[in-house]
Design a protein around this ligand. Structure first.
Ligand code: AMP
Ligand code: MG
Length: 299
């Protein structure tokens, strides 16, 4: 079942859902200005309505129409990274329904760096509210096949190949000269602070502890000796170890991020008794990966 961008845009204008590729992960999109369309996203994912959605725009101008303030920091960050994996949280415009923002007075907006996503938003002529196209708390999808495995035929999917970044966007809030990290991503807080003048302060996570999880028990090990036995799958980047299934990852965080969800999806399908992942380095370039692995391993 292959879907054209034109057909997908019509489904969105009619209040339906479409899964589409972005550079981070596949999104489950709806018209961000239609509360009942957005409600379908929460129902389909099994996501609690207390969790706000990111709204995707095809241009800086469209993103600005969704917020009531556009401070200098927003302007600088958007110019530097959009289209790209950076979400800016700003005071929301009145026409964004409360369901999109979980009742918050702010909205997260970004312009994704994927030609299919941009064409879809343009063709629909609408901003798209879109979380990752997976069931709540399960692994995020980085291919159209991952989306189909989660939702079968109930969600039409635009196939744009495997995603390039591979994990979700960096999320920062911007309020009167203060930039706060809400979720780490492949664009590091340090880079963001350097891109604006003057620098802002400190990280503040605050999401569900368990998230981005495979069904198979996942543990993070510092050395292969910490694995429970030899029956499971071991995902390493630096130190190999002898197990039933051993999988080597790139030692570069950008290449690692691109592959990690796909590797976890595959190993999950193979039904190992456990999956062990070698702990990533404790450096800023790996911070977003360490964050996702910690959540995936959390019970
Ligand atoms: P996702 O599950 O990939 O759709 O990501 C949604 C994430 O975006 C949330 O977990 C928050 O970190 C962030 N987010 C979106 N909108 C807001 C908002 N209005 N205020 C704070 N964080 C937000
Ligand atoms: Mg998600």
């Amino acid at each position: 079942m292959s879907l054209s961008i034109k057909e997908a845009a019509q489904i969105l204008r009619d209040g339906g859902l479409v899964a589409f590729p972005t550079e981070t992960v596949y999104g489950l999109g709806a018209n961000a200005l239609d509360a009942s369309a957005v409600a379908k996203i929460f129902e389909t994912k099994g996501r609690p309505q207390s969790s706000p959605l990111i709204v995707h725009a095809s241009s800086i101008a469209m993103a600005r129409s969704l917020v009531t303030e556009w401070p200098r920091e927003a302007k600088e960050l958007a110019q530097r990274w959009w289209p790209g994996p950076l979400t800016l949280v700003l005071p929301k415009a009145a026409h964004i329904p409360d369901i999109v923002t979980a009742g918050l007075p702010t909205v997260g907006v970004r312009v994704p760096a994927h030609p299919v996503a941009l064409e879809l938003i343009e063709a629909a002529g609408l901003p798209l509210a879109a979380p990752s196209a997976n069931r709540f708390k399960e692994l995020s999808p980085t291919t159209a096949a991952h989306v189909r495995a989660a939702f079968g035929d109930i969600i039409p999917v635009l196939d744009g190949g495997p995603t390039l970044v591979g994990i979700e966007s960096t999320v920062v809030s911007i309020a009167v000269g203060k930039i706060t990290l809400l979720r780490p991503g492949m664009i590091a807080l340090g880079e963001i602070e350097q891109a604006v003048t003057p620098a802002g302060p400190h990280p503040s996570p605050g999401m569900h502890e368990r998230h981005y999880s495979p069904r198979t028990p996942l543990l993070i090990v510092n050395t292969p000796s910490e694995m429970p036995d030899r029956r499971g799958a071991y995902v390493w980047w630096n130190t190999s170890g002898l197990t039933a299934r051993s999988l080597r990852m790139p030692d570069d965080p950008i290449a690692y991020a691109r592959r990690i969800y796909s590797v976890l999806h595959d190993l999950d399908e193979e039904n190992w008794p456990w999956i062990a992942v070698e702990a990533p380095p404790d450096t800023s370039g790996w911070a977003a990966i360490a964050d996702r692995l910690k959540r995936a391993a959390s019970k």
